[in-house]
Design a protein around this ligand. Sequence first.
Ligand code: NAG
Ligand code: NAG
Length: 343
Amino acid sequence: MVAPTPVAKALLLLAALCVSSAAAQQQRTLNQAADGCSNTQSGRWFIADDRGMVCPRDSLNYGTGCCTDGEQHACTSCQVDDKCCSQYEYCVSCCLKPENKPEQHMGSLFRGRNKPETGLWSTPFDYCQAVCRTTARSTQHENAFILERRHCFSKLGRPRVPVLPAPPLPPHITMVAGGPGQNCDVACALKQMVCRGEHFVGINDCNSLRAKFMCEAGCGESAPDQTEFPGYLEGSAPKHQRPAFCAFLPPFAPDTAPAFNCTRGNGSVRRLCPCEPLPAAVVAAATQQAAAAEQTAGDSGGVAAKEADGASAGEQQQQQVAAAVLQVEQEQQQQAKNEVVEE
Ligand SMILES: *[C@@H]1O[C@H](CO)[C@@H](O)[C@H](O)[C@H]1NC(C)=O
Ligand SMILES: *[C@@H]1O[C@H](CO)[C@@H](O)[C@H](O)[C@H]1NC(C)=O
């Protein structure tokens, strides 16, 4: 007898796989003919079968359980880098793509996560269905970014940028919608409040944006360096800037500081701002200070000079109040610190 050739070995292995997968597939006889397909069954619009075909429901052959047309190993709605997709069926199809090596990975996932006694998934299709199912991790956060692409076939099982669950907005923080181009220091100061940068994380999402803006053109991520967001682009914004679109800053990794910035304003962006009301005494002091500053500027012709810069008198006044509020606020904080030290 000759030693088995590599081809023969491969055939033996394949036969073994078929036997074990046949057992797993017996439960799904409804969708299977003798040489039929297993499929994802529950999709409302799409079905993926175990050959990696995705098709609309009406292209499914209910006799065989196979897609009669559609696309094989389709990665529509999936992102290459983190292997996360917004459509479950495409996640399964993409996961089955040979270059994603499902046979190799299925040896590393137990049916019950972290429970070796539950055994491994026996076919690439079963494995892919399992990994693509929504993970608890990614449904925790009511965050549009996550909701969009929550089906992942990566080991990590979640979109590449791990998202911190946003802490709830403290009751003393108010969401304020700024005017076009206005920064949050000014937007908050106009309401006799102060911008609290550390609370942006609690309003950096579509739900918060939609509470203040129409977001007619939709809601999605901005570029990471567009720190004038979260905010809304005015309907009158230039076309290339996506008028009527709401944008939020991409979720950040736990170890990286978010780039939220109270002082940035830009063009036709209306910012969403986390503001904290100031104590009445602070407001009174700030108003007084602003009035005094205005007086001085008026006396020296400063307002006229600044107006030539393009800012209206109203804006100048707003900014002065804002600056005064911030200054008084900082002085108070410093005072509080000093008192602590003295005690
Ligand atoms: C915030 O934005 C302002 C105005 O664009 C800029 O001068 C400042 O450097 C920014 N701060 C940070 C921390 O990025
Ligand atoms: C303002 O927004 C425009 C369009 O998004 C961008 O090109 C520009 O760099 C921004 N300016 C600042 C100061 O961030």
